[in-house]
Ligand binder design. Structure first.
Ligand SMILES: [Fe+2]
Length: 251
């Protein structure tokens, strides 16, 4: 399940969308670059068989004081880089998959060869999740009308929506993510362990393909330098860095 948008140089728009549809759903590409997933702006594609780590879409200190500079530098430059490296190392073992988009691999994760499946799950998931995450963050944006309307309809109020998301994030045991998704016209919340995400195996039920609009990384590496063991402080302050403009674009 899942959905996604990005503008990075190695996310090549239309061809990847067609590629995902062909691989995931057995849809024959028609050559008209028509996206196979609603509101999918682009997918993450390898370049010459290798995925690459794009720069952060803003300076590492751009989210201060809510997310500190050192956390951003290590989180992006070390953790995210390691996911990319290990994903590439795994795909060397399966050259036939080296031209697939990352989304393509993840929606079909259970069908991948066993010798690389878990590595692609963990490190491919890590690459997708963090790429999405960086784009979800920005200081100073305002919640837009589409989200306000949808969240109010789905949860009764914005306040209730936020409270539910915080509670869900705090309830994740160990490392993982909480996600806001749109499915069947409703705003929903789901969690995933480790680096799993709502995309994984979504190709099994294309009609149930959700649109991911927000995710929060609750791995300790996302907050421990600043908040130590107080995940609640990180989660409650997270709303200050949500890129509401991006969410409005995704909806
Ligand atoms: Fe992370």
């Amino acid at each position: 399940m899942k959905d996604f948008k990005t503008s990075r140089k190695n996310f090549i728009k239309a061809s990847a969308l067609v590629g995902l549809g062909t691989f995931a759903f057995g849809i024959e590409a028609k050559g008209n670059n028509k996206p196979t997933r609603e509101n999918q702006a682009s997918d993450i594609l390898p370049i010459n068989g290798k995925f690459e780590l794009a720069p952060l879409p803003y300076p590492a200190n751009a989210l201060e004081p809510f997310i500190d500079t050192q956390t951003m530098e290590i989180h992006h430059g070390k953790h995210h880089q390691a996911y990319v490296n290990k994903l590439n190392d795994a795909l060397v073992l399966m050259p036939s998959l080296q031209n697939k988009s990352l989304e393509n691999l993840l929606v079909n994760i259970s069908d991948l060869p066993e010798n690389i499946r878990n590595t692609v799950r963990n490190h491919g998931g890590g690459h997708w999740n963090h790429t999405f995450f960086w784009k979800s963050l920005k200081v100073g944006t305002k919640m837009g009308p589409k989200f306000t309307d949808l969240a109010s309809k789905s949860f009764g109020s914005i306040e209730q929506c936020k409270a539910n998301f915080e509670k869900l994030s705090l309830g994740i045991f160990g490392s993982g993510w909480a996600w806001l998704i749109v499915q069947d016209g409703q705003l929903k919340m789901v969690t995933s362990a480790n680096q799993d995400n709502p995309l994984m195996d979504a190709g099994k039920e294309p009609k149930r393909m959700p649109k991911v609009i927000l995710g929060i990384d609750v791995w300790e590496h996302a907050y421990y330098l600043k908040h130590k063991n107080k995940r609640a402080d990180y989660v409650s302050s997270f709303w200050n860095v949500v890129n509401w403009d991006e969410i409005e674009t995704l909806l």
